[in-house]
Write a protein that binds this ligand. Structure first.
Ligand SMILES: Cc1cc2nc3c(=O)[nH]c(=O)nc-3n(C[C@H](O)[C@H](O)[C@H](O)COP(=O)(O)O)c2cc1C
Length: 179
């Protein structure tokens, strides 16, 4: 299946970008075709009605238009969605055709904190529901990610590591059913 991954912060050492790269490899290993958007690919101009989208925004829109599922790997900023990711979502919601209605989405987060970015994912759920996207009820969260992600982005805590294949498989089942 064709899948897009989007997320990470804008900083080079982003823990979420590291987790995204791990999930990307896991999906490729399962035979899926993966496109990843992170870092500068998400450094988009601020969304403004009446202004044409930038070439980078058009590239993201085209990828979302062709994908069968989206994996979001989002930092949590003040219990919400970081500005650059919300900005990307807002651009995509104004562009035609909207990629959001009926799009299956897997939510993931990594944080040095004890909750693993889970509160930010609640904000994501509200925004995705508003646009008609279908967020999987389960999510991947990595608490204490500054200590519990290896250099390749794989969770080192046994419980978190064990949940990753289960949640990925649940998401892939949803995507397959919706195809
Ligand atoms: C503006 C700002 C707000 C933050 N708010 C939260 C928060 O609400 N919850 C949390 O767990 N971490 C919070 N953090 C810490 C981030 O989780 C931490 O910086 C994390 O490493 C960011 O993700 P990244 O490693 O992908 O850049 C915040 C960081 C910033 C810069």
């Amino acid at each position: 299946m064709r899948l897009v991954l989007m997320g990470g912060s804008l900083r080079a050492a982003s823990l979420n970008a590291r987790l995204l790269r791990h999930l990307s490899r896991e999906l490729e290993t399962r035979g899926h075709q993966v496109s990843a958007f992170t870092g500068d690919a998400l450094r988009l101009p601020l969304c403004q009605e009446g202004v044409a989208p930038s070439p980078e925004t058009l590239t993201l829109h085209a990828a979302l238009g062709e994908t069968q599922g989206l994996v979001i790997v989002s930092p949590e900023y003040n219990a919400g969605i970081p500005g650059h990711l919300k900005n990307a979502v807002d651009w995509l919601s104004t562009m035609k055709p909207s990629p959001w209605p009926g799009l299956p989405v897997l939510l993931c987060a990594a944080s040095p904190g004890a909750f693993g970015g889970a509160r930010g994912l609640m904000a994501w759920r509200a925004t995705l529901a508003n646009m008609g996207a279908l967020a999987l009820p389960e999510a991947i969260t990595v608490p204490h990610a500054d200590q519990q992600l290896d250099a390749d982005g794989a969770p080192t805590d046994a419980r978190t590591a064990g949940s990753v294949p289960k949640v990925l498989d649940g998401f892939l089942t949803l995507v397959a059913r919706l195809r």
